[in-house]
Ligand binder design. Sequence first.
Ligand SMILES: Cc1cc2nc3c(=O)[nH]c(=O)nc-3n(C[C@H](O)[C@H](O)[C@H](O)COP(=O)(O)OP(=O)(O)OC[C@H]3O[C@@H](n4cnc5c(N)ncnc54)[C@H](O)[C@@H]3O)c2cc1C
Length: 467
Amino acid sequence: MSTVVAELKAALGDDCVRVGDAIPERNRDNTSLGTPLPPAIPRALLLPRTTEQVSTALRLCHAHGQAVVTQGGMTGLAGAAHPDNAEIALSLERMTGIEEIDTSAGTMTVWAGTPLQVIHEAAEKAGFMYGVDLGARGTATIGGNVSTNAGGNQVLRYGMTRRQVLGMEAVLADGTVLTALNKMMKNNTGYDWPQLIIGAEGTLGVVTRVVLALHARPEGVQCALAAVASFDDAIKVLRATERAFPGGLLTFEGMWSEYYKIAIGPHMRCSAPLPDEHELYLLMEIAAGPDEGGRERVEAFLADLYDEGTLRDCVVAQSGPDRQRIWALRESPYEWNQKMPPAVQSSLDISIPLNRMSEFVATLRQTVPGRWPNALYVAFGHIADSNLHVNVRVPQAEATPTTKKEVDKAIYDIVRELKGSVSAEHGIGRMKKDWLPYSRSPAEIAVMRSIKSALDPKGILNPGRIF
Ligand SMILES: Cc1cc2nc3c(=O)[nH]c(=O)nc-3n(C[C@H](O)[C@H](O)[C@H](O)COP(=O)(O)OP(=O)(O)OC[C@H]3O[C@@H](n4cnc5c(N)ncnc54)[C@H](O)[C@@H]3O)c2cc1C
């Protein structure tokens, strides 16, 4: 056993330090989510229960120059929590629970290892709601959400995780504990350091607690699936809905025709609320108010858009199961790898300025079939936030070891040309480092490196992530 691991055991106790076969599979590998990195057994797995233990662990690792990778729910899609053999993994899985819900401030103070779903349930029980929601809610932790600045399905209405965080406790690389469990909306006292830690993918500090802003629960939420003939029409629907239901539009997701056909096709078998002849499908959730008439108001509004020709077709969910069927369409890509024929898949999470979105989709439709004639390709996502997910699947039999990188480059070249971003939500991690200069200038990357070396001079926290 190495000196640093022996010292960690002595300081934290055997119960908090695991090595070799005692390290569970989930802490070695998140390749099941499509992360093309080899599974690795970290030098040790640390399972602290308190902030003090995190601080002790980092102080010792810092003294030894030992690299540490922080792990939450391991649902990140950029490979950032995926360990390397030379690293020590530090998992927040024992630091869970809600410390306090302050109903007068409208805040919740939680431990970083708490799963997102637990936060939603506790907020609801207290008569509030939490503004960030995403498909991995059962496993993803709030510490992971904060560190990736997670977005999800309601960013349009509530913003990304950055906007939910009022206060934070974090431990720096040398073990220094910073505690700023602020609950106030306004606090302009110098640098807002928690905002630097948010979205830093664990490279600047280990988040141990956060104070989250809660919101009033939206009432009378109606779910609709609509079809339009163009992205321009989708934008008309978006702006008209915002005007008709001020503050009520929670979700505005887009699924282009190639996507819809796969979702309802023989492999994924989602039910088809609308025929597959349209260009673009919109999943909308609208809070129409507490009274009985909410659904009728949404139906009447959508009927007007249909009559004027902006919508080509539309259904409004009449029940919970109807709503689930509509959402199943949107969530179907999560099961592609299990249900579709074997392929090399590129899953890209990009942003494109709204006024260039149509151009992006047109270029995608030329580029992919032009180079990989048998590849499947789809575009879908949180379009009101400028955020597209693009999946390309090249049949296994036609792929080479470099196919994934070539597909990634072909798409990112379009993103760069259109002045988009190579990561909208999932971060850079280990997988997108080559593409960071597509979205950030040398001067910006130099500032990022300065911040990193100021807070983590020995570079022990999540080395090799982001840059
Ligand atoms: C089905 C599915 C749907 C998804 N949908 C969305 C979506 O809509 N929007 C979206 O943004 N993402 C989405 N994701 C991606 C993922 O869920 C998010 O990135 C999530 O925030 C990761 O949380 P986690 O706890 O799993 O973090 P992990 O994967 O464990 O870690 C992610 C990063 O955060 C760091 N980290 C984790 N905890 C801490 C901590 N306490 N302190 C410091 N650093 C830490 C890690 O080192 C790593 O860099 C989805 C993933 C899946 C599998």
